[in-house]
Design a protein around this ligand. Structure first.
Ligand SMILES: Cc1ncc(COP(=O)(O)O)c(C=O)c1O
Length: 374
């Protein structure tokens, strides 16, 4: 392993790819069975086991998975879907794809997840579904959200794209019954290159997912017979093979990420930032990114600029979705609508973070951040 020098670039994220991954991918390439082969179902069954879900359908991205969940929930024109403004755009876009309107409810300033009271206040007769997001790998408030959905007859979809391995009330996310959507872009805990999956306890949802991702083919259809309008949201077998390699070492990956996070916690204890919320009995985070909140009034752009000058990558995670230009143009959203999310968006910042980030690099990041804030 090379020892990083004081000027080497420190990247924001890095996948953990090893010889086993290469071997598994090569096996599929050599088999010639690159899609709809035996590797996809193997990957799906391993992922279902990892999250404690009865069914798993792999798809081409987390976005595709969210879209299919909206489609299956029957979300359509005239409907409203409540979600978090402090998320990646896909958790709101999936509603728009089906002709529905995204409605944003404000978040908790420490978990950065939906505030159930704000969700309840946003419910109208048009509300059809809630997309709850486990942002930065921290589980959302499912007891409250499930109760709200039951009371108002709404569908709950979990955007767990950032949270593989997290636990809520002692059970893994994915095992709580409602559909959960996963994503495997290379910055995630595990990767398939591009890719995603939906896990669910409901067999008919699973069967619909399998048909819809495959151009609406029915189990009984031949290749050119389509029983419903579908999509090409399949995950190919090459990506699934990489996914198998990643799942084989998932525990190691998650443990290493936890250790890197603990190390940041120690190194940043004398730096004037709010660290990510610690776990409690009900919420066990899966470490996706390491996001700190700068003090009110700090010049985040300047801080990021100083770190960049030292070769340290950072990112302004996350902008509030309602303030993205296309959202303002489409719906007339503007500043002041969601004050907690907007304040977090202005002050939060992701530091370099991945399973194999070296202690020396973390020391450089912590020192650079401390110096940039004085
Ligand atoms: C919270 C959240 N939702 C959805 C997605 C979409 O996943 P993908 O990029 O695989 O489409 C991501 C990925 O970045 C995400 O972080």
């Amino acid at each position: 392993m090379s020892v990083g020098s004081a000027t080497d670039r420190i990247n924001l994220s890095a996948p953990w790819i090893d010889e086993r991954d290469e071997e598994l991918v090569l096996e599929v390439l050599r088999s010639g069975w690159l899609s709809l082969g035996p590797t996809g179902p193997r990957f799906e069954s391993m992922l279902a086991d990892a999250v404690g879900a009865p069914h798993c359908a792999a798809v081409s991205s987390g976005t595709a998975g969210l879209h299919l969940c909206m489609h299956i929930a029957g979300v359509g024109p005239g409907d409203e879907v409540i979600t978090s403004p402090y998320s990646f755009v896909a958790s709101a876009n999936c509603a728009i794809y089906e002709g529905a309107t995204p409605v944003f409810a404000d978040i908790d300033p420490h978990t950065y997840n939906l505030d159930p009271a704000a969700v309840e206040a946003a419910i109208t007769p048009r509300t059809r579904a809630i997309v709850a997001v486990d942002i930065f790998g921290y589980p959302a408030e499912y007891d409250e959200l499930v109760a709200l959905c039951d009371r108002h007859g709404l569908t709950l979809i979990e955007d767990s794209c950032e949270a593989l391995g997290a636990r809520y009330k002692g059970k893994p996310l994915g095992s709580h019954g409602h559909p959960a959507v996963w994503a495997f872009y290379p910055n995630k805990q595990m990767t398939t290159g591009e890719g995603g999956a939906v896990t669910t306890a409901d067999e008919s949802t699973y069967e619909l997912l399998v048909s819809l991702r495959n151009q609406g083919r029915l189990e009984t259809s031949s290749w050119l017979q389509h029983g419903r309008l579908g999509f090409n949201y399949r995950l190919d077998d090459i990506s699934a093979a990489l996914g198998i390699g990643q799942l084989e070492k998932l525990d190691r990956i998650l443990e290493s990420r936890r250790a890197v996070a603990a190390s940041y916690g120690e190194l940043l204890s004398n730096v004037d930032v709010e660290p990510p919320l610690a776990d409690d009995e009900d919420h066990v985070r899966s470490w996706f990114v390491y996001v700190v909140k700068l003090p009110a009034g700090a010049d985040r752009d300047a801080v990021m600029g100083r770190l960049a000058d030292q070769g340290i990558a950072t990112a302004p995670y996350l902008p509030s979705i309602h303030l993205q230009s296309y959202m303002r143009e489409r719906y007339g959203f503007g500043e002041g609508m969601l004050p907690v999310s907007e304040d977090c968006s202005a002050r939060t910042m992701a530091l370099p973070f991945h399973a194999r980030l070296e202690r020396g690099d973390q020391e450089r990041v912590a020192e650079a951040l401390r110096a940039a804030l004085v």
